[in-house]
Ligand binder design. Structure first.
Ligand SMILES: [Zn+2]
Length: 79
């Protein structure tokens, strides 16, 4: 049988708790990032009025439904 002090036991408990919380936090952040990326996929912003819409996937140039200006397909950037 090995002996372990109370201080060491508390340190081990806090380290295990910290690692567990960090793993849960990283999982939540990864899941949220993936979900936001999927929801933004295929959405374009009009370069004139800033209206966000989902253009037809077959066309590389399309009209904005709000102001009728022509737009090119561009990937949305992270803010
Ligand atoms: Zn527009």
């Amino acid at each position: 049988m090995f002996h372990i002090s109370m201080a060491t036991l508390i340190c081990l408990y806090l380290a295990a708790l910290s690692i567990s919380l960090m793993a849960i936090w990283l999982g939540v952040v990864a899941m949220r990032t993936r979900r936001e990326g999927n929801s933004r996929k295929g959405i374009s912003l009009c370069r004139i009025c800033g209206f966000a819409f989902r253009p037809p996937e077959s066309q590389s140039v399309f009209r904005c439904p709000q102001c009728e200006s022509l737009n090119e397909r561009k990937r949305l950037r992270e803010i």
